[in-house]
Design a protein around this ligand. Sequence first.
Ligand code: ATP
Length: 514
Amino acid sequence: MAQQEDVFKKIVAHAKEYGFVFQSSEIYDGLAAVYDYGQNGVELKNNIKRYWWDAMTLLHENIVGIDSAIFMHPTIWKASGHVDAFNDPLIDNRDSKKRYRADVLIEDQIAKYDEKINKEVAKAAKRFGESFDEAMFRQTNPRVLEHAAKREALHTRFSEAMNANDLAELRQIIVDEQIVCPISGTKNWTDVRQFNLMFKTEMGSTADGAMTVYLRPETAQGIFVNYLNVQKTGRMRLPFGIAQIGKAFRNEIVARQFIFRMREFEQMEMQFFVRPGEELKWFAQWKEWRLKWHKALGLGDEKYRYHDHEKLAHYANAATDIEFQMPFGFKEVEGIHSRTNFDLSQHEKFSGKNIKYFDPELNESYVPYVIETSIGVDRMFLSVLCSSYEEQELEGGEKRVVLHLPEALAPVKCAVMPLVRKDGLPEKAREIVNELKFDFATHYDEKDSIGKRYRRQDAIGTPFCITVDHQSLEDNTVTLRERDSMQQARVNISDLHSLIHNRVSLNALLRKLK
Ligand code: ATP
């Protein structure tokens, strides 16, 4: 674990050093849980967004996009339940003055029991070697059973407290489990209070008073309140989907783990409107499609898992997360929810407008049911970055840091380098750049030794380096070097475009999805 934390620190440092992610307002000592994307980060982020957008809107003829405003009528958040219920339970430690999410403290405690069980299993596996029957051991070993029973009891008590919104009970669990503050090491806890995660601001400045508006905590509501506009103007028939990418804001109590939990972040959400009764079929379908989208990137199939929700939000009748193995454990990257007709019905009620869909086949009107897929751009970015980062020992004791980014997502696709800065090589290299730049993000680099230039490109994940040497002037060939294998091949300049295109185009990635 400590080793993983070390790696994570290195990734964070690498992201800064190579222009991927900077702390916001750094020269003013930063703003907690807010980050800026640098010259390479923005390209990687845009490529992730493009991959998602195209997978939704190009590959599904019944999905279209919108771009709704961040500010919306405040009653929308009343209707959606965010004003009353978008809360996290918070607790303070009086000694360290640190603030925690009570639910997270308890979840960490549950994870500790799991760790204890896994340690017993690992110990026994080592002792018994080949003949070890893990399933049998888990079912019969007294120490494992004892930990498992405690874990189960805690889990049940925790779920009941969360469902009942019982803040006193959450505090009591923390006390009974003897959970201590990781900073002060004491159990000197305050009461648990609800904390609303929405940012508020004021709109207008008239004498009759300004209106309180919220920065949206999710993009989905912009889709719900526009669904009938899109359906009518686009002559859409059920089932159909609306996709949107945009900023969302949450005043997270505890912001940790770099861009995993931010106060300003970006979401890619798609609401799929279906006939009542068909939602679970579509839920299963979207679960499958979304995992396929992730796996097509080739980050490693074993790094994903579904986490089906046992405790459902009151409006949902099925929900799952797609979790990704980050250096700090399996974590939610995307949520897929069957939200029933809750949101649309609420908007019908609060707005007083009829927003039913007329189904020409059934000849009846109803409020559609909704399947939502919701993924954080920044978390996706983090999963791509973490799984791509590698420190490699090369032959001869040399080291390199390389980002094995999926080629279609790489910020720079190819770098063109004259071997030396004379003899007409720079001019020849520029000619190549001037051809390739219309289709690919292409860098020109003539500074330092060729080895150093390769390392720089490896560090930002550039799939191809093209080296122009004296032979290039004679026969129009160059050296094409691959990032991952570091293999070099002599190729014709006229073949460069198609060679690169075949590997880095989004098209090839999208084709894997069908
Ligand atoms: P969590 O339990 O981690 O707070 P959530 O269940 O509240 O997440 P959703 O409301 O389902 O998250 O949001 C959908 C997606 O938006 C998440 O899967 C995640 O990728 C992203 N997301 C949510 N909150 C944040 C945040 N504070 N920073 C970055 N991304 C976020």
